[in-house]
Design a binder for this molecule. Structure first.
Ligand SMILES: Nc1nc2c(ncn2[C@@H]2O[C@H](COP(=O)(O)OP(=O)(O)OP(=O)(O)O)[C@@H](O)[C@H]2O)c(=O)[nH]1
Ligand SMILES: [Mg+2]
Length: 303
């Protein structure tokens, strides 16, 4: 399946809502009335696209009507172009520092960190890289087994210790092991934590300090993993996590289960932090590198 098809099927819920509602509003009259504008705003905001982007789309739609066409195909094209432009000013590539690149996956409980670690390792391996995984969630029951299972399934080494072990010490050992095995990526799965729990945030800071002492510049990526269904609340999470551990990007998971796919646009536009990957399902192949153009096209697809 091509990249556009992946986004298209993964974003079905958001796309159904956006395109069908836009079509309904645009096709009911040849002119853009105040009621139409209000309805358009409501539809765009319901996808959690955010106020700024919504207003930009409305402005472009107004111009499109003024220039006389007002055809649904043109309206969807206009909306797509605005979103694409908003998304295109950041670098969405995963860092590769030509030696060991350490990626720390952080976020609140249940966001999809462990699944993302497995899927990302698979993505790296199928792209010709040599990944390793570190089971640094030594807190939640079955977290180590969960990551080990991904490792076994994908034939990717997992460095782990016992429950209750210091996550920083597991990370330390994992960096050592990755360096000695000449892995090119080490993906660190951390325990879920609320940004309001100061002791847990300090634990994360310590983990990052320890690996940076072991490997220059590590972690080279700190990716906040967020569940798309929380919509624009992701902005708060990102701002709070960023205070403790400087984020380099985001992974938005479970986009397949929500109609809030516009939240990706709001996040990148308002935080100026790149979305690096999106999760569109639970299988190893269901993590996609984020591509602004394909994403915008999938949001506003018209047959
Ligand atoms: N549909 C769908 N499900 C997902 C996606 N990513 C993760 N999940 C599911 O979400 C649930 C939680 O995922 P985990 O990877 O365990 O989340 P976590 O952040 O590691 O959770 P904690 O370690 O408990 O904080 C699992 O059932 C995953 O299969 C996705 O992109 N799409
Ligand atoms: Mg986990």
């Amino acid at each position: 399946m091509g990249l556009f098809s992946k986004f298209f099927s993964g974003l079905q819920k958001t796309q159904d809502n956006l395109s069908s509602e836009l079509k309904r509003i645009v096709s009911r009259s040849p002119k853009l009335t105040d009621d139409d504008v209000e309805d358009l705003e409501a539809v765009l905001l319901s996808s959690d696209m955010g106020f700024n982007v919504t207003e930009q789309i409305i402005e472009s739609v107004r111009k499109e009507y003024e220039s006389g066409s007002g055809q649904i195909g043109n309206i969807l094209e206009v909306a797509k172009t605005v979103v694409e432009t908003c998304l295109s000013n950041t670098n969405n590539n995963l860092t590769n520092n030509n030696k060991l690149t350490v990626v720390s996956l952080v976020g609140v409980n249940g966001a999809g960190k462990t699944t993302t670690a497995g899927k990302l390792a698979h993505h790296i391996k199928t792209s010709g890289g040599k990944p390793m995984l570190a089971a640094c969630d030594t807190f939640r029951a079955a977290a180590i087994e969960q990551l080990s299972l991904w490792g076994k399934r994908l034939d990717i080494p997992v460095i782990s210790s016992e429950y209750g072990a210091d996550p920083a010490s597991v990370a330390h050992d994992a960096v050592n092991s990755s360096l000695s095995k000449q892995a090119d990526y080490l993906l660190i799965d951390t325990a879920g934590r609320l940004h309001t729990k100061h002791n847990l945030m300090r634990e994360l800071e310590k983990l990052h300090r320890v690996i940076s002492a072991k490997c220059e510049g590590a972690p080279h990526e700190t990716l906040l993993v967020v569940d798309a269904s929380i919509g624009s609340n992701a902005l708060i999470q990102a701002r709070e996590f960023n205070k403790s551990v400087p984020l380099t990007g985001l992974v938005i998971t479970k986009l397949d289960g929500t109609s809030k796919g516009g939240m990706v646009v709001a996040i990148q536009n308002e935080l100026k932090l790149p979305v690096k990957f999106v999760g569109l399902g639970e299988h190893p192949d269901d993590l996609q590198k984020f591509e602004p153009s394909e994403y915008a096209q999938a949001l506003f697809f018209s047959e």
